[in-house]
Design a protein around this ligand. Structure first.
Ligand SMILES: NC(=O)c1ccc[n+]([C@@H]2O[C@H](COP(=O)([O-])OP(=O)(O)OC[C@H]3O[C@@H](n4cnc5c(N)ncnc54)[C@H](OP(=O)(O)O)[C@@H]3O)[C@@H](O)[C@H]2O)c1
Length: 332
């Protein structure tokens, strides 16, 4: 293949998994503060198939030809002349921005701010599973717990340690497996909602209680939580309000109009509704790197597909029952 070309998965319109085709396209270039990564593995996320289906048209309508993919792990092969923190040969992982995407390819270009050195104890496949899902979970749990403390500072004034209770709905998927671990690391008592088949997994990750969503409705449970993190996005703030403690926060991954309205309406209220919109951050990935290296965080890989089988990987993910993360491996 000519030096300036690469293999990539390309979509030229919306549709089913079959619109994901392997093509030979221009290799991107590293300029300014950008880094060129030789991609060894790329993470697969629900946002990839939501864009592919045309559900997020403002994002996907911008480019007639699109390379999906927000997560990559690989080796730095070139840096722009303003890059200071990385050099050729570094093993890195990164989260690409939502408009350009570009992860399902042999090479990807990323701004320096969204890149971090890879955890030394992870494979490329494991590292590619981390950025978008783990940053979503970390940012959602961190911000919600901060808000709980801000809403009820008196709970800390007594000098007694308050054990926070966090519930994660959708605990066995890409975001959920990280959310359970971050809630546990932050010292909370974690309740995980998933199917019975995944109860053992979420228990290993740190859940103290497990609710099987096929048997019980957590929103009608007698327990009250400081944070309800609805990763699946199938429960509204209204449905969860009764299950929140007095200064509790409901946070959802689903940025629909109903949730935006709830967020606005609860600004002055004690119980809050929040939407998490993940932001790329190399700095936060560096913190996660440390947690992996000291054994406080784990990656749960559902499956690894060759890059050319991106359509199969999407079809599998779209069942809605991945156990951890799906990843594409880039063979050379
Ligand atoms: N706003 C943002 O910034 C942002 C960022 C990341 C993700 N998201 C969104 O967050 C959602 C989840 O992402 P993800 O990567 O975690 O997805 P995922 O990996 O595909 O989630 C699959 C998991 O969902 C569980 N699940 C399915 N139905 C359930 C139910 N009714 N109750 C509880 N759990 C259920 C499944 O468990 P079982 O197999 O046990 O059923 C499976 O483990 C997606 O809609 C994604 O678009 C938004």
């Amino acid at each position: 293949m000519p030096y300036d070309k690469m293999r990539a998965i390309v979509t030229r319109g919306h549709g089913g998994p079959k619109v994901l085709r392997t093509e030979e396209i221009e290799r991107p270039k590293a300029r300014g503060r950008k880094i060129l990564i030789e991609v060894r593995a790329a993470g697969v996320n629900p946002v990839d198939w939501r864009i592919r289906r045309g559900e997020l048209r403002p994002l996907s309508a911008l480019a007639p030809r699109r390379v999906p993919g927000r997560d990559v792990a690989g080796v730095v092969v070139a840096v722009g002349d303003e890059v200071r923190g990385f050099e050729v040969g570094d093993r890195v992982f990164a989260m690409l921005d939502g408009i350009s995407g570009g992860g399902y390819a042999e090479y990807a270009v990323v701004g320096e701010d969204a890149v971090a050195l890879m955890p030394r104890n992870l494979s490329f496949e494991e590292a590619a599973a981390v950025p978008l899902a783990a940053l979503t979970a970390a940012q959602a749990i961190r911000d919600a717990l901060r808000e709980v403390v801000r809403n009820a500072p008196h709970a800390c004034d007594t000098g007694q340690l308050v054990r926070r209770k966090v519930l994660v709905n959708g605990a066995s998927g890409g975001v959920g497996t990280f959310a359970v671990q971050f809630a546990k690391i932050s010292g909370a008592e974690v309740t995980a909602v998933c199917s019975a088949a995944n109860a053992g997994l979420v228990g290993e990750l740190g859940a103290y209680h497990v609710i099987d969503y096929e048997e019980e409705d957590f929103a009608r449970y007698e327990e009250r939580y400081d944070v309800i993190f609805d990763v699946v996005g199938n429960r509204s703030f209204g449905a969860c309000k009764g299950a929140l403690r007095s200064a509790g926060v409901y946070v959802t991954t689903e940025p629909g109009p109903r949730n935006f309205l709830s967020q606005l309406a609860t600004m002055p209220a004690h119980k809050k509704a929040r939407i998490v919109l993940v932001k790329p951050s190399g700095e936060e990935l560096s913190l996660l790197k440390q947690l992996f290296e000291v054994g406080r965080l784990r990656v749960i890989l559902d499956s690894v597909y060759p890059l050319e089988e991106a359509a199969e990987a999407h079809a599998h993910g779209e069942t809605g029952h991945a156990r951890g993360k799906i990843v594409l491996r880039v063979d050379r």
